[in-house]
Design a binder for this molecule. Sequence first.
Ligand SMILES: *[C@@H]1O[C@H](CO)[C@@H](O)[C@H](O)[C@H]1NC(C)=O
Ligand SMILES: *[C@@H]1O[C@H](CO)[C@@H](O)[C@H](O)[C@H]1NC(C)=O
Ligand SMILES: *[C@@H]1O[C@H](CO)[C@@H](O)[C@H](O)[C@H]1NC(C)=O
Ligand SMILES: *[C@@H]1O[C@H](CO)[C@@H](O)[C@H](O)[C@H]1NC(C)=O
Ligand SMILES: *[C@@H]1O[C@H](CO)[C@@H](O)[C@H](O)[C@H]1NC(C)=O
Ligand SMILES: *[C@@H]1O[C@H](CO)[C@@H](O)[C@H](O)[C@H]1NC(C)=O
Ligand SMILES: *[C@@H]1O[C@H](CO)[C@@H](O)[C@H](O)[C@H]1NC(C)=O
Ligand SMILES: *[C@@H]1O[C@H](CO)[C@@H](O)[C@H](O)[C@H]1NC(C)=O
Ligand SMILES: *[C@@H]1O[C@H](CO)[C@@H](O)[C@H](O)[C@H]1NC(C)=O
Length: 485
Amino acid sequence: MGRHEATPSLLLLAISFLCTIKWPQIQTAAVTNQQLLKGFTATPEPSTSSFQPLLTDPTGNYSMGFLRVNRTQLALSVLHVPSAEPLWQADMARLARWSESTHFFFNGSLVISDPRTKVFWSTGTNGDRILLLNTSNLQIQKLDKSPTVLWQSFHFPTDTLVENQNFTVNMSLVSSNGLYSMRLGEDFIGLYENFKENPEQIYWKHGALEAKAEIVKGQGPIYIRLDPDGFLGMYQIGSTPVDVEAFYSFQHPIAGFRRLRLEPDGNLKGYYWTGSNWVLDYQAIKDQCELPGSCGSYGLCRPGSGCSCIDNSTEYNSEKECLPPETGNLCSDIEGENKFRVLRREGIELPYKELMGYETTSSLEQCERSCENNCSCWGAVYNNASGFCYRVDYPIRTLLGVGDDTKVGYFKVREGPEKKAESGFGLVIGLLGATVLAFSGVVGFGVYKVWTRKGAKGVSEEAGGVNPGPYKTLGAASFRSIEMT
Ligand SMILES: *[C@@H]1O[C@H](CO)[C@@H](O)[C@H](O)[C@H]1NC(C)=O
Ligand SMILES: *[C@@H]1O[C@H](CO)[C@@H](O)[C@H](O)[C@H]1NC(C)=O
Ligand SMILES: *[C@@H]1O[C@H](CO)[C@@H](O)[C@H](O)[C@H]1NC(C)=O
Ligand SMILES: *[C@@H]1O[C@H](CO)[C@@H](O)[C@H](O)[C@H]1NC(C)=O
Ligand SMILES: *[C@@H]1O[C@H](CO)[C@@H](O)[C@H](O)[C@H]1NC(C)=O
Ligand SMILES: *[C@@H]1O[C@H](CO)[C@@H](O)[C@H](O)[C@H]1NC(C)=O
Ligand SMILES: *[C@@H]1O[C@H](CO)[C@@H](O)[C@H](O)[C@H]1NC(C)=O
Ligand SMILES: *[C@@H]1O[C@H](CO)[C@@H](O)[C@H](O)[C@H]1NC(C)=O
Ligand SMILES: *[C@@H]1O[C@H](CO)[C@@H](O)[C@H](O)[C@H]1NC(C)=O
C-alpha cells in the first residue's frame, strides 16, 4: 500500500526537479564563487548572450556579474536569479563594451577598465574580499579581527530598493532612462522629473502622517525602508515609523521577496516575488494621467479616455510624440533659435498643480504675457475662476484634459530654423533608437520568457526593463493594466 502511494509522489518529485533545472543558465553555474579575493579577474565571454555570473550569495537567489545590455554593452549588475531582474547596477557613467578588452578585477578596489578608456568605474577601496549577502547587498570587506564593511551596494541604489535596505537623504533612485528620480526631503518622499537645462520639477510628494511618532526638527534626517511586512516605513529616531505607506499585501503576510522600483514612466511601484512571477503590490501614482509624461510631449491625457494632442489638428500616435520633446529653453544666443509659435487650448490643467507655484493675475492676457516675455517659460495655465496663473518653466509634457473650459492653457512651440534642421536629425536618431529599443525589448522579453516558467503578464512588459526608453512609456503600454492578486 505504502509502495503504491510512493510511486506517484516520486514521479511528482522528479517532475518538479526537472522543472527546477530548466531554470536560467545562471542557476546551473554552480561553480560560481561565493566570495572574491584580491587578484580575481574576469572578462566578458563572447558567447554569453545575457548574463555572466561572477559571484553568488549563499542562497543562490542573487548573483553579481556582467549583464549584457543592447548586445554590445556591459553593465556590472546584481540580479535576482529566478526572475533575472536587475536589482542593482554599478553607476558607470558610460557602460563598458562587451569585449575581451574589458577587464573586471579586484585589487582591494572593485575595478572595471578598458585599455582604451582606462578605468570605467572603481569603488576606490582597499579591501580583502567581495561578498554578496543573502539580502542582495554587495559588500567589500576588510578582514581584520572581525570583518568591517568598506563599501556596499546598498548605499548606492540604482532604480530599485529591496526589503530592509535603508534609503537616506544622501541617496537617490534614478529611473533607467534617467528621466525621473526619487529623493527624500526634510519630512517627505519626492519624485522629480529631470530636465537637461531646466530645474527639476516635483510631481509626487508623500509627507509623513506622523501617527505613531513625530518628526523632531534638528534631530537628524529621515530615512525610509521597505519592510518585509508590506509597507514603506519612514523613520527618524528609533524604530517607530513616522509614516507607514501600506502596500496592497499589508497585514496579509506573504513569504516572497519584495522590491520597489522607480519605473521608466516615473511611477514608483512595489512588487513581491511569488516563486514564479512578480506581483504588483503598490503604485505611488494610481491614475496614469497624473504621471508627468503619460501621453508624451504636448500630449493631453483624459482620465478614462486616454491620450490625444494639445494641438487638436494633430492625431495622437503612441509610437510618436505629438511634438518632438524639448530639452532646453528659448534663451539661446543664436539668432532665430528662440522663435516660437503659440498653441492655446481650453479645458486644460496641470497634472500636479498642487505641487506647483502660481501667481494670481487679473486676466488671462496678463497670465500669458508673463510667460510670453520670459524665455525660460514654456507655457502657462490660467484658471479664470480663481485667477491662478501657473507658469511652466520646463519643457511641456503631458497636460490633463478637464471638462471645465474656464481653465485655459498657453504653450510655446519652438519654430527656430536651426532647431528645425536638428529636429529632422533628431527624428532619424529617434527612429534608430526606437528600432534598437524595440529589438532589445524583443530580446529582453525572450530572455525573460526563457528565464521564467510562467510569463507574468504586464510585469513582463517591464522585464526588458534594463534598457527601456521614453518611447516605451507612451501609449497603450502604459495603460495596459497589470495583473494583480
Ligand atoms: C587598483 O587598480 C586601480 C586601477 O589600476 C588603481 O588605480 C588602484 O590604485 C589599485 N588599488 C590598489 C589598492 O592597489
Ligand atoms: C541571511 O544571513 C543571515 C546572517 O548572515 C542569517 O541570519 C539569515 O537567516 C539568512 N537568511 C536567509 C534567508 O538565508
Ligand atoms: C538600516 O537602519 C537601521 C536603523 O538605523 C539599522 O539598524 C539597520 O542595520 C540598517 N540596515 C542596513 C541593511 O544597513
Ligand atoms: C549626508 O552627507 C552629508 C555630507 O554630504 C553628511 O554630512 C551627512 O552625515 C550624510 N548623512 C547621512 C545620513 O549619511
Ligand atoms: C531563496 O532561495 C531559497 C532556496 O535556496 C528559497 O527557499 C527562498 O524562498 C529564496 N528566497 C528568496 C527571497 O527568493
Ligand atoms: C479644437 O477643437 C475644438 C472643438 O472640438 C475647437 O473649439 C477648438 O477651437 C480647437 N482648437 C484648436 C487649437 O484647433
Ligand atoms: C523668468 O522666469 C524665471 C523662472 O520663473 C525667473 O527666475 C526669472 O526671473 C524670469 N525672468 C524675468 C525677466 O521675468
Ligand atoms: C472669466 O472671468 C471674468 C471675470 O471674472 C468673466 O467676465 C469672464 O466671462 C470669464 N471668462 C470665461 C471664459 O469664463
Ligand atoms: C541602448 O541603445 C539605445 C540606442 O542607441 C540608447 O538610446 C539606449 O540608451 C541604450 N541603452 C542603454 C542602457 O545604454
